[in-house]
Ligand binder design. Structure first.
Ligand code: TUI
Length: 297
C-alpha cells in the first residue's frame, strides 16, 4: 500500500498483535530507510516491508532492506525470484503475493517462507482470480503457509479464509481508515461513502489491471480503453496519480486504489480496534461453527 501504509500505521498494527507492513511502492531507497527506522522507534515488535517489484528503485530498495535487516519482506506485482538467495542468506522471511497457482508453485519450490494468495477483490494491482477459488487452490499446491487476501474485512472474512486452508489474512482497505493511517482525510471519506459497486478495474489492456474507486480519472481510463488507445497513453495518464490521491487528497483526478470491501468500511477506528474486531469476530464464529455439523444420529 504505497503512500498508504507508512511507518505509523505499520507500527500500530504490529503493536496491536498483527504484522504491520510498510508499503514502499515506487518510493526512493532513502525514504524506505527512513520509514524502517521510524517504525523501529515506534514499535519493538516485528514488522515488514512490501516491495513493489515494478518500482524503478527495486534493486536499491532491496539493498536497503538487507542492510537494515528488516525481519519480513512481502512482494507484489511480480516474481521476486532473483532476490531470494540474498534475502534468505540474510535470514529475512520472504512472503510474496501471488495471484496464480503456477507462480505459487514456482516460488514455493524456490524456498520462500510463505505466500499471500490475493484475489482480485483487493485494491490496487490485481490478478484475475477471486479469493474464494484462488486460496484453496494455492493451499493444495504448496506445502508452506498461505495467507489469504482480497475481500477480507472482518471476522467473517478471517473465519472463511481459515476454512479455505489459509493460516491468516492480509488486509489493506479497512486499514486505510485506521486512525493511524496518514492518507489524506478526503480519501478516508471516499472509502467510507463507497457502496458495493463503486470500485472498478482499469488498465487491463496494458497488462496491469488496477482496482480503484470510481472517479473522473477511472472514467478517463475507461474512455481510453473503449477506443483502444495505445498502452503508453494509458501508462502516461497513471503517472503520479496514486500519490495525488493519497497524499494530496485529489479524489477526483487521483488514483484511489481500494478494494471491494470499501463498501463495508463505515468509520475511522484505531488499528488496535480493527485487529481486535477481526480476531474476536472470527473466534466467536468458529466457536459456534459446530452447529452446522450434522452428526447423523
Ligand atoms: O502489488 C499489489 N498491489 C499493488 S502494486 C501497485 S503499483 C503498480 N503500478 C503499476 C503496475 C502495477 C502495479 C498497486 N497496487 N498487490 C499484490 C499483487 N501481486 N497482486 C497481484 C500480484 C501479482 C500479479 C502477477 C503477483 C505476481 C504476478 O506474477 C507475475 C509473474 O511474473 O508471473
Amino acid at each position: 500500500m504505497a503512500w498508504v501504509s507508512t511507518a505509523e500505521l505499520a507500527a500500530a498494527v504490529s503493536e496491536a498483535g498483527g504484522l504491520g507492513i510498510i508499503g514502499s511502492g515506487q518510493a526512493p531507497p532513502d525514504w524506505v530507510r527512513e520509514q524502517v527506522r521510524l517504525a523501529r522507534k515506534l514499535t519493538s515488535k516485528p514488522f515488514g516491508v512490501n516491495v513493489m517489484l515494478r518500482s524503478p528503485f527495486v534493486d536499491e530498495v532491496m539493498q536497503v532492506l538487507l542492510e537494515e535487516r528488516v525481519p519480513v519482506i512481502t512482494t507484489g506485482a511480480g516474481n521476486p525470484g532473483k532476490y531470494l538467495p540474498d534475502l534468505k542468506k540474510a535470514g529475512i522471511r520472504v512472503i510474496p503475493v501471488v495471484a496464480s497457482v503456477a507462480l505459487a508453485r514456482r516460488l514455493a519450490r524456490s524456498g520462500v517462507d510463505a505466500l499471500i494468495a490475493e484475489g482480485m477483490e483487493s485494491g490496487g494491482h490485481v490478478g484475475e482470480l477471486c479469493t474464494l477459488p484462488l486460496v484453496p487452490q494455492v493451499v493444495d499446491a504448496v506445502d508452506i503457509p498461505v495467507i489469504a487476501a482480497g475481500g477480507i474485512y472482518d471476522g467473517r472474512g478471517l473465519a472463511a479464509a481459515l476454512m479455505l486452508g489459509a493460516q491468516g489474512v492480509q488486509m489493506g482497505t479497512r486499514f486505510m481508515c485506521a486512525a493511524e493511517c496518514t492518507i489524506h482525510p478526503a480519501v478516508k471519506e471516499m472509502v467510507i461513502k463507497a457502496r458495493d459497486r463503486d470500485t472498478v478495474v482499469t488498465g487491463r489492456p496494458t497488462g496491469h489491471p488496477v482496482r480503484v474507486l470510481r472517479n473522473k480519472l477511472s472514467r478517463q481510463f475507461e474512455e481510453l480503453e473503449s477506443r483502444c488507445a495505445p498502452p503508453e497513453e494509458m501508462e502516461k495518464l497513471g503517472v503520479g496519480k496514486l500519490r495525488a490521491a493519497m497524499v494530496e487528497g485529489d479524489v477526483v483526478y487521483g488514483s484511489v486504489m481500494a478494494g471491494q470491501v470499501s463498501a463495508m468500511v463505515k468509520e475511522i477506528q484505531p488499528a488496535r480496534e480493527i485487529v481486535m474486531d477481526v480476531v474476536r469476530g472470527a473466534a466467536e464464529l468458529l466457536s459456534s461453527a459446530s452447529r452446522w455439523v450434522v452428526t447423523g444420529k
